[in-house]
Design a protein around this ligand. Structure first.
Ligand SMILES: [Ca+2]
Ligand SMILES: [Ca+2]
Ligand SMILES: [Ca+2]
Length: 221
């Protein structure tokens, strides 16, 4: 009986490792601010979260028009995910940006919805966020269902930047005060973020294994 349990735990760990690598192997959009109170120029930003040291060269950030589904803006990314795992792209307004902690300044004043932002590597979509109120004729290019629709001046942010559940409506929350350059959990924890990416993705899966046995449930701080 003990051996069977041990094998089951090992199988869960192995499955979890595979799953974690599938879900978290690349950067995700951790926050998106597309509609400032008043003019958006120089205020809009996209925040990415990924493995420290990972190169962003070759990745492309696209704005997808909710009307017709075409790409209305495309940004070729460059640079490297910094040591804290958080990379901020601030909107360019005459050569500078008002976005704090910007790692890259570029023209990214995304439309105010319903629209989508897609992060891709060639033909591979790494992450996608659809935001705003999608009606019958609108084209949704995000994951699952649209993220919550905030008022001007608020952003949408991944409530746990370490996890991507594949549904924008569940993965994202509204932040009354945008937080470019910081994310929940890891903001107060020195990286290696890779360990957090691994452990945070692993524990929920392990929990399900233990839950099925009616046993102990580990928790993530
Ligand atoms: Ca905008
Ligand atoms: Ca605005
Ligand atoms: Ca943030």
């Amino acid at each position: 009986m003990k051996n069977r349990f041990t094998k089951r735990v090992l199988l869960c760990v192995f499955s979890a490792v595979l799953s974690v690598h599938t879900v978290n192997a690349s950067p995700v959009v951790s926050e998106l601010f597309y509609d400032a109170s008043g003019p958006d120029a120089g205020q809009v930003f996209v925040e990415l979260f990924g493995m420290p040291g990972e190169s962003l060269d070759g990745l492309v950030l696209e704005g997808i028009n909710g009307t017709g589904g075409t790409v209305y803006t495309s940004l070729n990314l460059s640079g490297t995910i910094p040591a804290d795992g958080v990379f901020v792209i601030g909107d360019d307004n005459g050569g500078s940006t008002s976005v704090p902690n910007a790692d890259l300044i570029a023209d990214i004043d995304y439309q105010n919805g319903p629209d989508s932002v897609v992060l891709r590597n060639g033909s591979t979509i790494l992450d996608a966020v659809g935001y705003g109120s999608f009606t019958g004729g609108s084209i949704f290019a995000g994951e699952g269902a649209a993220a919550p629709d905030p008022v001007s001046g608020s952003s949408i942010a991944r409530f746990n930047p370490l996890l991507d559940g594949g549904d924008n409506s569940l993965d994202f929350i509204v932040l009354d005060t945008p937080t470019p350059g910081s994310v929940p959990i890891v903001s107060s924890v020195p990286l290696p973020a890779g360990i957090w990416l691994f452990v945070s993705g692993l524990l929920p899966l392990l929990s399900s294994c233990f839950l099925r046995r009616g046993g102990y449930i580990p928790t993530v701080a």
